[in-house]
Write a protein that binds this ligand. Structure first.
Ligand code: CU
Length: 305
């Protein structure tokens, strides 16, 4: 099927979306053609001897049919598409995290061990990958046609994207949101390598310290450890094993701690006060870079039990 579209289907989601697109095309094609229109326009064309007497002015059964059948069909498409869309956000816990920072006009990527890339992303074949993305300036959009995935990348928050490559090779990466003069040059490449080769590639560029180790350094330098370590004198929430944990807030809300929650807590500490704690944390807005926040998150992720 994907061959017919002349685009490789190189991720686990690609086949599902191709099928959905085909179903939509067929269904909409049938609706647009409305075969009966053709039949009637031939049968009742000017001059045809077809019987025109005693035309029904009302035909309830017919009206219900042509209203309810298309409605049911399109609701099925809706349910199908909603299910597939939700699948995109069901991320395997072992998915390999990669941090992405978009800026005018390039993609900057950083792997967990600190290896950095620009406009290129190496990933292992058949292994789930999870991108945590943010923008340094305007809205960009991370688009990999061969994977059938696209996600806006916004300043001021994280958006996530996950995929599992199913084909080795090189695939186009585009920015799919007009982001300024050189938007069209904001391209890149996803390079899918067999797992062993990928591991080798990754190890070659390991930075010292790695991103998590750098995060730990920052965690101390920005003073996080002064309040958040179990033995500290100031009473602040323990951050070990935070990601994925359910957090109860002062105002009665509950949330699951993810990267956005950590980011907000650093920049907008008054937004989500944890139940049982005082709002005494200072904001780090304007003092900490996106890369530094990502490194601290990488450190916290490594503290997961
Ligand atoms: Cu862009």
């Amino acid at each position: 099927m994907s061959g017919a579209l002349m685009l490789p289907a190189a991720s686990s989601a690609a086949g599902r979306f191709d099928l959905l697109l085909l179903a939509l095309l067929v269904l909409c094609g049938l609706m647009a053609l409305a075969l009966l229109v053709l039949v009637f326009s031939i049968r009742y064309r000017a001059g045809s001897p077809a019987d025109r007497s005693g035309a029904n002015r009302q035909h309830r059964a017919l009206e219900y049919t042509w209203t309810l059948v298309p409605l049911a069909l399109f609701m099925c498409i809706y349910a199908w598409a909603a299910y597939d869309y939700a699948q995109l956000f069901r991320v395997a816990p072992e998915a390999m995290p990669v941090f992405v920072v978009a800026k005018q006009w390039m993609w900057k990527l950083e792997h967990q061990n600190g290896r950095r890339e620009i406009a290129q992303l190496h990933v292992p074949l058949g292994k789930p990958v999870r991108l945590v993305m943010t923008s340094q300036d305007v809205i960009h959009s991370f688009f990999v046609p061969a994977f059938r995935i696209k996600q806006d990348v916004l300043p001021g928050r994280y958006t996530m994207l996950s995929f599992t490559p199913t084909q080795a090779g090189r695939f186009h990466l585009f920015c799919a949101e007009y982001c300024g003069t050189e938007h069209s040059l904001m391209r890149g490449e996803i390079i899918v390598l067999p797992p062993a080769q990928f591991a080798e590639w990754l190890a070659q560029g390991a930075a010292t310290p790695g991103i998590a180790a750098r995060g730990f350094e920052l965690y101390r330098r920005y003073g996080c450890s002064g309040c958040h370590e179990p033995g500290s004198s100031v009473h602040a929430p323990d951050l070990h094993g935070l990601l994925g944990r359910t957090v109860h807030l002062q105002d009665g809300r509950t949330l699951i701690a993810d990267e956005n929650y950590v980011r907000d807590s650093i920049l907008l500490p008054d937004k989500d006060i944890v139940a049982g704690f005082k709002p005494i944390m200072p904001s780090f807005a304007g003092q900490i870079s996106e890369e530094d926040i990502m490194a601290i998150i990488a450190y916290l992720r490594e503290q997961q039990p």
